[in-house]
Design a protein around this ligand. Structure first.
Ligand code: ADP
Length: 269
């Protein structure tokens, strides 16, 4: 996209020339478009939980409700508050990443118990899904930021749940492949149309298909995943069949168990 500026040149009353400046404003245009997308996503995503919090607090304040009902409403308010917090954290994270201010505190740790923990936390939101992890003990040791990787795996696993609204199987597999730890997360959900795959990890990108229009989101989750995985010198990829399911694969440089022990100075030799 180009913007053209023109300026006519006169000597007295006589026109002797014209200056034309073509400026490429494609980037500006894209940035503006992203900004307006951002504003509409943010306002929509913030308004939904806020409306629900507002509505339920009003009920609690002005109605005489049975204790069970009160408790149910407070639970909803609690959940919506959590949602708001995680939304705002996502926005802040993206901003930090953009400005290069994201700090990673890396050390050696085993990813497998972390993934198990995420699964048991997420099971609460997934009563109609079966979530299973296949792995081998001692294979999950890597050098990384535990909190950040928890965020990355949580995003992928919660997407697997969120985008398989009919329930189904979610299979996680963690195995070592050479000097890498490869974790795959496979679901039987809505899948991803082929033309969306290239943009899937872009900031604010959401698949805009009727099958998922009612599912909320900001389009930030996967961009955060990619950023975190890259900061660990790893890679995240996706394979998907539309309407059949998706498999996200994260590979991270891994440290074989015995090397870690040596690193910590507790091994023999
Ligand atoms: P959000 O979920 O907030 O829209 P994400 O960045 O996490 O943002 O995901 C981007 C898009 O990728 C989503 O809008 C969704 O359509 C698609 N997507 C992500 N994970 C899956 C999945 N497991 N199955 C189907 N579609 C997915």
């Amino acid at each position: 996209i180009y913007k053209v500026y023109s300026e006519e040149l006169y000597r007295g009353k006589e026109k002797y020339g014209i200056i034309l400046v073509h400026r490429n404003i494609t980037r500006e245009y894209e940035v503006n478009q992203m900004k307006s997308e951002f504003v509409s996503t943010v306002s929509h995503e913030l308004r939904t939980p806020l409306a629900s919090i507002f509505g339920f607090t009003e009920l609690l304040l002005h109605r005489d409700l049975k204790p069970e009902r009160q408790k149910k409403y407070v639970k909803t308010i609690y959940k919506e508050t959590q949602r708001l917090t995680s939304l705002i954290n996502d926005f802040l994270d993206v901003q930090k990443m953009e400005s290069g201010k994201q700090n990673y505190e890396k050390r050696y740790f085993d990813v497998l118990p972390l993934i198990e923990k995420i699964i048991s936390l997420q099971r609460v939101n997934a009563p109609s899904h079966r979530i299973a992890l296949e792995s081998q003990d001692g294979e999950g040791i890597i050098y990384g930021d535990k909190r950040k990787l928890e965020q990355a795996f949580s995003n992928i696993i919660s997407n697997a749940i969120k985008y398989s609204p009919g329930g189904g199987q979610i299979d996680l597999n963690a195995k070592r492949d050479g000097d890498k730890l490869v974790v795959s997360i496979k679901d039987e959900g809505l899948g991803i149309p082929e033309e969306s795959i290239d943009r899937l990890f872009n900031k604010f990108y959401r698949v805009d298909n009727s099958d998922r229009r009612k599912i909320g989101g900001t389009g930030l989750g996967l961009s955060i995943v990619q950023e975190i995985v890259k900061a660990h010198y790893g890679e995240v990829t996706v394979e998907s069949q539309y309407r059949k399911g998706s498999t996200f694969t994260v590979s991270l440089p891994s440290v074989p168990g015995h090397e870690t022990v040596r690193e910590e100075g507790t091994g023999q030799g």
